[in-house]
Design a protein. Structure first.
Length: 166
């Protein structure tokens, strides 16, 4: 499978990238979102959910660990494991039950729960541009399955980001 890197000029471009991803997701898929605090992970998920028609708030699950969204028969679970400290919580909170054929799982800070997570279809990684004062973000899109590969192609296909080499 392949990896692409796109440039996201501003927060609107990050939301648009989420919107392009939205239409290619299907039940059972797992997407990880890595990168430092404030690099745009939640912004991409917000754009994704908005593109699917979600009109109410999209909150960061920093304190709740997981927020969920239902679109007719498809569920979206948005996790943030930044503050996840107690491994037992994975069991007691029943988080494994979120990984189902009728659910898409979008996971911030997957590194914190690597031992529990299934292999993702798509691994997204956000970074600041190399020049400290440059605007925007770099997003690397790493497809790990055929389904993830369809997502990668959709995310790089249209406007909203400049395509870089690789
Ligand atoms: N491509 C971008 N360029 C500049 N700012 C961005 C970009 N994408 C998102 N942001 C901004 O970065 C800030 C942090 O975004 P957020 O999605 O909460 O980060 P994270 O979830 O990775 O901690 C927000 O103010 C958001 O508007
Ligand atoms: Mg976040």
């Amino acid at each position: 499978m392949s990896i692409s890197t796109i440039t996201l000029a501003d927060a609107a471009a990050t939301e648009a990238a989420g919107g392009r991803l939205a239409g290619t997701l299907s039940g059972g898929m797992v997407v990880t979102l890595s990168g430092d605090l404030g690099t745009g992970k939640t912004t991409l998920v917000r754009g994704l959910l908005r593109a699917l028609g979600w009109q109410r708030a999209v909150k960061s699950p920093t304190f709740t660990v997981v927020e969920y969204y239902a679109f007719s028969s498809l569920y979206f679970y948005h996790f943030d494991f930044y503050r996840f400290a107690d491994p037992d919580e994975w069991e007691t909170a029943g988080l494994a039950e979120c990984f189902r054929d009728d659910a898409v799982c979008l996971i911030e800070w997957p590194e914190r729960v690597a031992a529990y997570l299934p292999d993702p279809d798509l691994a997204l990684r956000f970074a600041l541009p190399p020049a400290a004062d440059a605007p925007g973000r770099l997003l690397s899109i790493d497809a790990r399955t055929e389904a993830g590969e369809r997502c990668r192609r959709a995310m790089i296909a249209t406007t909203g980001g400049t395509r870089n080499a690789g």
